[in-house]
Design a protein around this ligand. Structure first.
Ligand code: HEM
Ligand code: HEM
Length: 461
């Protein structure tokens, strides 16, 4: 055991494997949620499996467990590799792993039995919050000391994103989760929605987005075998992200009586988000422009590039749905659920998976068991998610336009049945993709070490 937690890159590997496991767990809960929206009487009288409990398990397990955990594992590889050194302390990496995953585990174990703070994206109870903050602080110490020990003077943009993610989370998570009120984790009245959405927004914006962007900036130039198009541009995008993304949580509550100045800031900066997003996309695109074939024929880079395409779609849709007149139709219905899935699975999940398939051999010294299975996973995910997006957007428009015209919620419900059935059916493809992924990870780790991949491992450590 002692040897294992001292082994170079072992914490990175542990995070990636845990991410693959959480993907399956989250997808199972997603399936239960989807089935219950079609057949509420399915498995009656099983208290942990009622919609109100399984939905937060699904959402939190996917965000913190699958995407967050996997991207953190990838970062634990590329940070020391890019700095030409070792992680300062591998055992501290394992302590981070332990506390981070205890928080994620408190979802399926806690929410299912009613232990929740009941605020969307801020559901974890206080002890789980403390556990996550400990993990984040351990990571900050470990990465800072790794940077101080570096043999490479230049700090590549992926390192900026990785370090910043944990610095931001150390500040934003306790604030949004109102950790100074341990019993409720909430503020009184309307002010609570501002705090809640501060974190509800910064979870995708300043945790998932920078981790995914950092991973994409790592994988694409490596697979393209060419230097990044522009380092200056990459840092401009980094600073614009923090300047614009940190305070636009108000766009989630535009239809509530929060102060008008807050709404104005959040709408203006939501639109301006086009700038940092375009910078990332253009920079990666220009990096790969003469070697598109090489990038698209590599199964891991293809997933990353497809993630970048989902990022474009998400970030065209996002600013549009921040416009109050448009949101009057799209708010509070399945339109937003569609956006959430292309954002979290399409952008965050695709990049996490692609970068994981790229990094796994570098960390384990073993070639990926089956590239065909990666391609199959890509196909299943793309079919399932594209279907999700179309079906949920249509369902949202049916709901939104009907309500806008004075129709009651109850009378619109029957019209949603075909969409909910299709979503549940499409979920099977995503669930299957997650299981295939876990199987491929397991078989990879059972395989024999290969001299070529071991050489990469030595270079990286
Ligand atoms: C097996 C595949 C999946 C199924 C069947 C599924 C199903 C669902 C369902 C039924 C909901 C609740 C919708 C509602 O309240 O009306 C939901 C919400 C959500 N899911 Fe999934 N999901 C799946 C995969 C994923 C993945 C892979 C991710 C992220 C990586 C994800 C992220 C989310 C998020 C963020 C929400 C909350 C959306 C919001 O409140 O706007 N889901 N999902
Ligand atoms: C330019 C970028 C973006 C803008 C302006 C934007 C805007 C918005 C807006 C206005 C909403 C609220 C919709 C409503 O409730 O009516 C929303 C919801 C959401 N966004 Fe984005 N978005 C952007 C990118 C992203 C990205 C990159 C992610 C993920 C990494 C993401 C994840 C989510 C999620 C999960 C929700 C659902 C929140 C809920 O449960 O209500 N968004 N977005």
């Amino acid at each position: 055991m002692i040897n294992l937690i001292r082994k170079p890159q072992s914490a990175s590997l542990a995070f990636m494997v845990a991410g693959a496991v959480w993907f399956v767990v989250g997808a199972v809960y997603g399936m239960f949620s989807a089935i219950h929206l079609v057949a509420p009487e399915f498995l009656p009288h099983v208290a942990p499996l009622v919609f109100g409990r399984e939905r937060p398990v699904h959402v939190n397990t996917m965000l913190y467990g699958f995407v967050g955990t996997m991207l953190t594992g990838i970062g634990l590889h590329y940070v020391p590799a890019l700095l030409k050194t070792r992680l300062w302390s591998e055992p501290l990496g394992w302590v981070t792993f332990l506390f981070w995953n205890l928080t994620v585990l408190s979802g399926p174990l806690g929410f299912a039995f009613g232990f929740t703070q009941g605020r969307e994206y801020n559901e974890y109870v206080w002890l789980a919050d403390v556990s996550l903050v400990i993990a984040v602080l351990c990571m900050i110490v470990n990465v800072t000391l790794t940077i101080m020990n570096r043999r490479e003077p230049q700090l590549y943009v992926s390192i900026w994103y990785f370090v910043a993610t944990f610095l931001w989370t150390a500040c934003n998570y306790p604030l949004g989760n109102v950790m100074w009120h341990p019993a409720t984790g909430a503020m009184p009245g309307l002010i609570d929605s501002i705090f809640l959405w501060f974190w509800g927004h910064n979870l995708p914006g300043l945790l998932i987005t920078p981790l995914a962007t950092g991973a994409a900036y790592y994988v694409i130039p490596r697979v393209a075998k060419t230097p990044l198009n522009s380092h200056t541009l990459s840092l401009l995008g980094f600073w614009l992200l923090i300047a614009l993304y940190s305070h636009i949580g108000g766009h989630h509550v535009l239809q509530s009586p929060i102060p008008s100045w807050l709404k104005t800031i959040s709408v203006v900066d939501s639109i301006s988000m086009v700038l940092p997003v375009s910078i990332v996309v253009i920079n990666l695109w220009l990096t790969a422009r003469f070697v598109g074939g090489r990038v698209w024929s590599d199964p891991s880079a293809r997933l990353v590039m497809a993630g970048v395409i989902w990022y474009i779609v998400t970030c065209i849709q996002g600013p549009l749905q921040s416009l109050p007149f448009l949101q009057r139709v799209t708010h509070f219905n399945n339109w937003t659920i569609g956006h959430a899935h292309i954002a979290m699975l399409g952008f965050g999940g695709y990049i996490a998976l692609g970068a994981m398939w790229h990094t796994l051999p570098l960390v384990s010294g073993r070639p990926v068991y089956s590239k065909r299975l990666i391609n199959l996973q890509f196909g299943l995910l793309t079919f399932g998610l594209t279907g999700f997006f179309i079906v949920l957007t249509m369902a949202g428009l049916v709901q939104g336009t009907a309500w806008y015209n004075g129709e009651t919620v109850l009378r619109v419900l029957p019209q949603l049945i075909p969409f909910m059935v299709m979503r549940a059916a499409l979920g099977v493809f995503i669930l299957t993709a997650s299981i295939i992924g876990l199987f491929n990870v397991y078989m990879t780790l059972r395989g024999a070490r290969e001299p070529e991949t071991l050489r990469h491992l030595e270079e990286a450590t």
